[in-house]
Structures are given as structure tokens and as C-alpha cells.
Design a binder for this molecule. Sequence first.
Ligand code: EPU
Length: 339
Amino acid sequence: MEILQNYSLRTLNTFGIDAQADWFIPFTSIEDLQLLSRDEYFQECRCITIGEGSNLLFLANFHGIVLHSKILGRQVVAETEETVDMLVGSGVHWDDLVAELVDLALYGVENLSLIPGQVGAAAIQNIGAYGAEVSQVIQEVHTVNRRSGEVRHFSNQECNYSYRHSIFKEPEWADYIVTHVVLRLSKKPTLHLDYADLRERVTAHTAEPTASEVRREVIRIRQEKLPDPKTLGNAGSFFMNPIISSEAFAELLKAHPNAPHYLLEDGRVKVPAGWLIDRCGLKGYRLGHAGVYEKQALVLVNADGEATGQDIARLAEYIQGEVQQRFGIRIEPEVRYIS
Ligand code: EPU
């Protein structure tokens, strides 16, 4: 196992922030993590695990150990007439997996095409797009406890999934390092086309779309709306879409009868943060090296490639203040701050 000291994380976060880790340890197996769990120094150090850093903001150099999964591979572990269960290494690049599954005509993840990051991070963050969330296809998440070395498998229910959330984001579960994920894919065409823009595009070509056609349209939509981190540093949606009470939504509608929204089952309402920010006139806004993307106000960018984590955080705070003042709604970052 490689153990690297004073390691630049610039290529390991999609904002392209030049932060350094005291220690950087790419692990390739369960045994690597168990070996580390027996090391006293490792036990005492601060430790975080990162995938491809597509949802992280480094506010400073990281004094401690950064773990990075390089567990690769996938294998079928169960199969019925209708479904296939696939065990996948947490270090697999998410979109490579989606491309492979779509090629195999397996359904369930096509709406989640082109989302940056690794399989492990996708399961922790419960990635979602165009009416689908990865938690809908996750059967199990396999982990190793970095202190005890114990292997523990979490069922979907134990993961406690909700919007962009799982148990693994809670501090008391931070010691469980994800090594593998089991996904249950469908052999039968089961499409999620609730998202109007996607439905219109997909059904314009054919009455019976396949996973591959859905993937192609999702990729097109994403490329139109979201900047490629390789050319403009960003972490996708910077804020979560706030969930407000039906009373607060009624107030919002008085001033903005056409406010976009999604009604939730419990009566509350999810309002797009991008729309709130846009209404504050902040699309394309610049604060030092940080900016609001001009085509999608929910995305903050490293505008000139020189931004520090603090620059981005300062812009985020300014935006939160503006949205709070104008709408009385608090928006919270989806991106995880690391200091
Ligand atoms: N909108 C504006 N101005 C903007 C941005 C959005 O008016 O600058 C309006 C749109 O017109 C639309 C609504 O806000 O009516 C929602 O916008 P969009 O459909 O683009 O989706 P979103 O709510 O901004 C969410 C996810 C994305 C995901 C898309 C598609 C969150 C925080 N974001 O964005 O996820 O790709 O839906 O399903 O839930 C990510 O998490 O990194 C991410 C990109």
C-alpha cells in the first residue's frame, strides 16, 4: 500500500483547489484498511475519505490522513428472471459503471448518467437527478470500520437514506469506510420519466425508449446546463434545494405565482435553490476568484482557476445572506466543507 506525504489534492477535488494533505493513502482492498486499523499512529490521526472530490470544498490544507478508494471491479452476485445484483468496488468511476450497465441493457441508473465521482461516494451522498436517486437501486453497502477493522454490511434500510443523505454522512458513523456497494438492476425496461424536460426529449425520438436513449438525453441536458469541471472548477449543485412548510410556500406564491416547486408526500414543498439565487439577480455574479455559473445559478465556480476554498465559501455565505433577506429561506450547502 502506498503512503504519500504532503500530497497535493488539486486533481482530487473538482473545484481544483490547491490544498495539501499531510498524508494521502490510496487503498485497494479490505485488507489494506484492516492493516491501517492496527496502526496506532493511524488511529490517532484525523482522517477523511474522499472519492474524486466532486462534492467537497477544502478550506485549508488538511492536517491528517486522506484515504482514497482504489477498490475496483464488479461482479454479479445474484440473479433472478427480473433482476441482477451487482457488487461494485467503491473506487469505480460512477459514470463508467453507468455506461457499462446501460450497455448490458440493465435498468435503474440511466438517469444518473454523467454525475461525477466514485461509486462509494455516490452511495454515501445518495446522488440524484431527473427523478431518480441511487438509493432506489442500492441493496447493500459494505464497509470496514477504520478503528476495529470489522467488516459490516448495511442493508438499504440501515443506510437511512433521504434526499442527498445517508447514515454515512453522520459524524458517529464516520469510521465506516465504504469498500463495496451492491446494486439491484432491472432486466425489464423500467424508466423514470417524471422529469418533464427529459420525458419530452426521450419520447420525441421513440415510443419505447431504452436505457441507452435515456442516458444519451441525460448527458445532453447535463452538458447544456452544467460546466465540465475539467475546464471550469465546480462541484455541481452547491446548495441543496430547501424544503419549506406549506404555509411558507403559500407566502412565496403570493409574491411569485409561478415559482417552480416539487410537492413532497408529507405536505412540505421543495423549492429549487437555483431559482431563488437567480431571482436575487446573482447568475454570473463574481466575488474575487469565485463566481456563480452564468447558465445555472446553483453552481458555484472557480472562475479563473485561482480560487481558494475560502473564496468559494465567502461567495456561498454572501448568496445565503441574499436569499435569506429576499425570501426568508435558509439554503444549506450540499457541498461538504473540509477544514
Ligand atoms: N432555475 C432557475 N435558474 C437557475 C437554475 C434553476 O430559474 O439558475 C429553475 C429551473 O428553471 C427549474 C428549477 O429551477 O424550474 C430547477 O432547476 P433544474 O431542473 O436545473 O434542477 P435543480 O433543482 O437546480 C437538481 C439537482 C441536480 C440535478 C437536477 C436534475 C439538487 C441540489 N440538485 O438541480 O443535482 O442534476 O436537479 O434532476 O437537488 C448535484 O446534486 O450536483 C446536481 C447537479
